[in-house]
Design a protein around this ligand. Structure first.
Ligand code: PLP
Length: 381
């Protein structure tokens, strides 16, 4: 029987794993549930794809809908948030001169998806500069909103940002955008499992999120949400049987998007087990503990010489991730040093003449591991 939460995870024991944010990590019982689905599939593939998959998918969809507070039949499985964003990007009908309002803290791969469609349509991305340091959520909201113009067609915004780990004011920006008739696309890759979601009251037209990050489902478990009045705008990246086969559901959106050819959907089916795992381990309390640790490590790091804050320590702005600036440092050199001398797995990026260090704290992270990180950064001077 595992003694600590860390024992439930398959992570190598001697690695100080402070990078849950990049790809998540999966607990053993959830991984076993995923493998059980794979075995069931391979033992009788025809029966599985013709009969067993569909009711199982419906159960998983209902569980995800309930977990993220979505309306019925407004969620479909996707492999990851990248597929979710690409599905939206490819579906929207953009025209020359249309503006996609984005900002400097968006995830690069998703910006590339918008770039591609802009090249084909003549639409343009407007990237709002983000204040550095950020002083408050209000300032951040205005910094983005001030770039809305009469040509803004879409607002694309992360709910929690990748390079900085900040909970962005996405709900308030979606509210303003809806009032102006601007479509909203929210990248929630880091949200399910890290913050409570209530999509039916969030106000986004489209929202995609990973379950393989903070909900700790196996890799390849993600969802795409469309608000009830926007479902008709989305098309599948791959056209498959849609509603024309005997496995059709009674919802056109679900039919068109949930099956895009033969694929192993075991990771999506295992999301129910990931939710169960977090409930059984009192995850609200786990999250609260992680948030305290993140605030602690942020303050400790920022008290060191040559370390600078990107934003104030504020429980509304950071949850289980944070980022600080290491002034005058090279990202790869710091990363190599932390890995070689301390076995710390953590992302460090270049940012102009400085580096950005992003810390993730998950239920398995110990205070000692964070103290080790602080002392390693202190030695860098
Ligand atoms: C904000 C954000 N969006 C999208 C993604 C892409 O996630 P995936 O590779 O699972 O599609 C990431 C990955 O880290 C991310 O941080």
């Amino acid at each position: 029987m595992p003694g600590t939460l860390r024992d439930f995870f398959l992570l190598e024991k001697d690695v100080v794993f402070l990078n849950h944010g990049s790809f998540g990590a999966c607990p053993i019982p959830v991984f076993e549930a995923y493998q059980a689905w794979q075995l069931q599939l391979e033992r009788q593939p025809v029966r599985f794809f013709v009969k067993e998959l569909w009711p199982a998918l419906e159960v998983a969809r209902r569980d995800v809908e309930a977990y993220v507070g979505a309306e019925q039949n407004c969620i479909v499985p996707v492999m990851n948030a990248t597929v979710g964003v690409n599905t939206i990007v490819q579906s929207l009908k953009l025209a020359p001169g249309d503006e996609i309002l984005s900002n400097e803290h968006e995830y690069g791969a998703c910006i590339r998806a918008w770039d591609k469609v802009c090249r084909h349509t003549g639409a343009v991305i407007v990237s709002a500069p983000i204040p550095d340091p950020i002083e408050s959520l209000e300032q951040l909201t205005e910094a983005i909103w001030s770039h809305v113009s009469d040509r803004t067609k879409v607002l694309f915004i992360s709910h929690i940002t990748s390079p900085s780990g900040i909970v962005f004011p996405a709900k308030e920006l979606c509210r303003r955008a809806r009032e102006r008739g601007i479509l909203t696309v929210v990248d929630g890759a880091h949200c399910a499992g890290q913050i409570p979601l209530d999509l039916k009251n969030f106000g986004a037209d489209f929202y995609t999120g990973n379950c393989h990050k903070w909900l700790c489902a196996p890799k390849g478990a993600a969802f795409l949400y469309a608000a009830p009045d926007k479902k008709h705008l989305l098309e599948p990246l791959m056209v498959s049987w849609g509603g024309t086969n005997e496995c059709a559901s009674d919802d056109a959106f679900v039919n068109e998007l949930q099956f895009q050819g033969t694929n192993d959907m075991s990771s999506f089916l295992a999301i129910s087990d990931a939710i169960k795992f977090q409930v059984e381990h009192n995850w609200n309390a786990v999250r609260e503990e992680c948030q305290k640790k993140i605030a602690w490590v942020k303050d400790e790091l920022e008290s060191l010489p040559n370390v600078r804050a990107l934003y104030p320590t504020n429980s509304d702005m950071q949850k289980q991730m944070t980022a600080v600036i290491l002034q005058g440092k090279k990202g790869q050199a710091v990363k190599d040093y932390l890995e070689a001398d301390y076995k710390i797995e953590i992302p460090v990026w270049d940012r102009g003449d400085d580096a950005v260090l992003r810390v993730s704290v998950q239920g398995y992270t110990t205070q000692e591991e964070l103290e080790l990180l602080v002392s390693a950064i202190k030695k860098l001077g």
